[in-house]
Design a protein around this ligand. Structure first.
Ligand SMILES: [Fe+2]
Ligand SMILES: [Fe+2]
Ligand SMILES: [Fe+2]
Ligand SMILES: [Fe+2]
Length: 403
């Protein structure tokens, strides 16, 4: 028998609180940690942040004090989980080094989803986002080498290449063109649901992170790069959230969130190579199973709906952090010139001169564009841009030489 989240016993909610020293996780060694252990931690921090904020929104939309109490209880635990996970990052890992981790998450998480997404439209949306975060990794890696003398390949390992994607300067679109077709939860494949919920939480955390840390850099170019890329993360959150089914009730959304947490901790517990991280995934899984059970009870009590009609009793295929070098190269070759027009993707060469994309571009990209400037300065200082190539030259001719 496989793992059935509806049947597995979790940890009773009243036993889930931990004391301060248990929460104050021993940080990993930034030179020794597996790149994908760092990635899993970054992603789960985003998932727990979404859990807490979602539950706050939930509380603001109910008059029922019993519901407020129940969600306050599990929310306090979500917050503890967020601390235990995020405090694994050591203080000597700089904001910029952590940022490389964030963009590696975006690249390898999105690429895995593209390769495992049953809905062709959603896959296309993922492919589109993939090339943008792939470019962010390149821009930040250049800033990292220029400012701190650190090569980002030390952080990403031999798993992820670093070279231009869809150039960040070309990613700035009109907000109307970030909205995608909305899903229908009754028809959506559970794999699609898990992919969208997970990626959305990850992108949202990246957006929050850049919003808050971008101004701790001292030089104007670094500050500029974070604010420019931060605005693209806003576009990405807009894109991914629009794929969800907006007609789901609060209790349905709650059940889906807790199921997603169980699914991720379960998958990561099985894949984890770092014993300390594995222990956290294992412990959190047992907590989430109980959150899920409580959420299913609420769905039953208040919506008179059975969670088993909403979600399968075996998890979809587990999201895996793994190298996607060939896949990313293929998408680069075929899709780097695309932009979005309403809910679809078109080569930007097909757009008219007075299109809203061109108008937004001409407003935002007047004067210095930080994502371009960082490369120019790197070339000026070190003779060339920073790249980390594992499979030969760049697949797109116009991106072979630093501008
Ligand atoms: Fe959680
Ligand atoms: Fe990004
Ligand atoms: Fe992103
Ligand atoms: Fe939870």
């Amino acid at each position: 028998m496989g793992f059935n989240p509806f049947k597995e016993k979790g940890m009773p909610i009243e036993k889930q609180f931990r004391n301060w020293s248990d929460l104050n996780s021993k940080p990993f060694n930034k030179d020794e940690v597996h790149p994908y252990t760092r990635c899993r931690g970054i992603l789960m921090n985003g998932i727990e942040t979404e859990a807490a904020i979602f539950l706050h929104q939930c509380a603001r939309h109910t008059k029922d004090i019993e519901v407020k109490r129940n969600i306050a209880m599990s929310r306090r635990v979500e917050q503890q989980q967020q601390k235990a996970v995020n405090w694994c990052i050591p203080g000597n890992q700089s904001v910029l080094e952590t940022t490389i981790g964030y963009e590696q998450v975006a690249v390898d998480l999105t690429a895995w989803m593209c390769r495992n997404e049953p809905d062709p439209y959603v896959k296309q949306v993922f492919d589109f986002g993939l090339l943008e975060d792939f470019d962010h990794l390149y821009r930040y890696a250049n800033l990292l080498e220029m400012k701190q003398g650190i090569k980002a390949e030390k952080l990403v390992g031999k798993y992820t290449e670093i070279m231009p994607g869809r150039p960040t300067i070309e990613e700035h679109r009109h907000p109307f063109d970030d909205i995608r077709n909305q899903g229908n939860r009754k028809k959506m494949d559970p794999q699609t649901l898990m992919n969208v919920l997970t990626l959305l939480a990850g992108e949202q955390q990246t957006m929050n992170f850049y919003m808050n840390v971008g101004n701790i850099l001292e030089d104007s170019i670094g500050r500029g790069l974070y604010l420019e890329i931060g605005q693209i993360e806003e576009q990405h959150v807009t894109q991914y959230e629009s794929l969800l089914d907006p007609t789901a009730s609060w209790y349905e959304m709650l059940v889906m969130h807790e199921y997603n947490e169980c699914y991720l901790y379960h998958g990561f517990m099985e894949q984890e190579v770092d014993p300390a991280a594995k222990k956290i995934w294992d412990l959190h899984l047992s907590m989430e199973l109980e959150h899920f059970r409580i959420a299913c009870d609420m769905l039953q009590k208040y919506d008179k709906k059975d969670a088993e009609e909403l979600l399968p009793n075996t998890f979809p295929k587990a999201i895996t952090f793994e190298s996607n070098v060939d896949y990313v190269r293929d998408v680069l070759r075929d899709q780097v010139e695309l932009t979005a027009q309403e809910t679809q993707f078109v080569p930007k060469q097909e757009l008219k001169k007075d299109s809203r994309y061109m108008k937004v571009q001409s407003i935002l990209n007047t004067g210095t564009v930080p994502s371009e400037q960082v490369i120019k300065e790197h070339v000026k200082k070190l003779g060339t841009d920073y790249r980390y190539l594992l499979k030969g030259e760049h697949p797109v001719e116009r991106l072979r030489e630093a501008a």
